[in-house]
Write a protein that binds this ligand. Sequence first.
Ligand code: SF4
Length: 288
Amino acid sequence: MVEELEPVLEEQACLLAWRHRLPVRIQGKLDEVVPREGELGTDRVLDLLGRLIPPRHEARTVVSRPAGPPLPVRPPVLCPGCPHRASFYAVKLAAGDRDAVFTGDIGCYTLGNAPPLEMVDTCLCMGASVSIAAGLARVEPGRPVVAFLGDSTFFHSGLSGLINASYNRARITLVVVDNRTTAMTGHQPHPGTGRTAMGATGRETDIVELARALGIGFVEVVDPCRLDQAVAVAQRAMAHDGPAVVVMRRECVAGRPRLISGWTTTGVRNVGFASRNWVVRPPPLGDA
Ligand code: SF4
């Protein structure tokens, strides 16, 4: 069996074969015939199949294909219209010529590392943006340190770092890029969305209230796409003598239905992890 990632189907096939005493031999990742690491590209699969499936007829002449032109390098980028881009840009303007350090975290916004933004100087693990920032602020007290992490990462493991930063009066600015979802892994809800994992309405946990409850003296919310306001808030936060939290709140554009002129949405509902299930219908034929 040749399957991507873990040998889930292979395990089930083995179970079925054992249960029904089937006279079959199953080979795959469990017996290390198929490698578990690396990608299963075309060449690798062809090679595997050639070894796993015995030729029924005389070996055919393999006609080698001419190598095509090299594929263009396409690094991952933030979606067009992504609010994170605006958040990074606002902080970049607020920092100006100062030699600020920008600590990053795990999420779509890790892509802020690439030019022209270049706003992710460190990236270690979920929640590390705040902890690393607090450490750097202690080592280089005169240098502005801004940590970026998303709303879901905040609830996952950023909160503990923020408690530590608040308790130790770390002079950092934490920018929570709050896109109201867990975009990178498939738009799962989190405690800040007010929806449970099964789609039911839950009690929304407010990042602002949490930060204030920790004793943080500067906590503000701003829409990053209102650039002037966002820059001003970021400047005030970076000038604050102590830990500061700025929630840059704007919904992820990839979670919204694509409203094309003339098309209509006809349904909204929650299904398990899926926050919304929009049914988008084109205009009837002839109306276009
Ligand atoms: S999925 Fe959402 S948060 Fe992620 S890059 Fe696209 S717009 Fe930005």
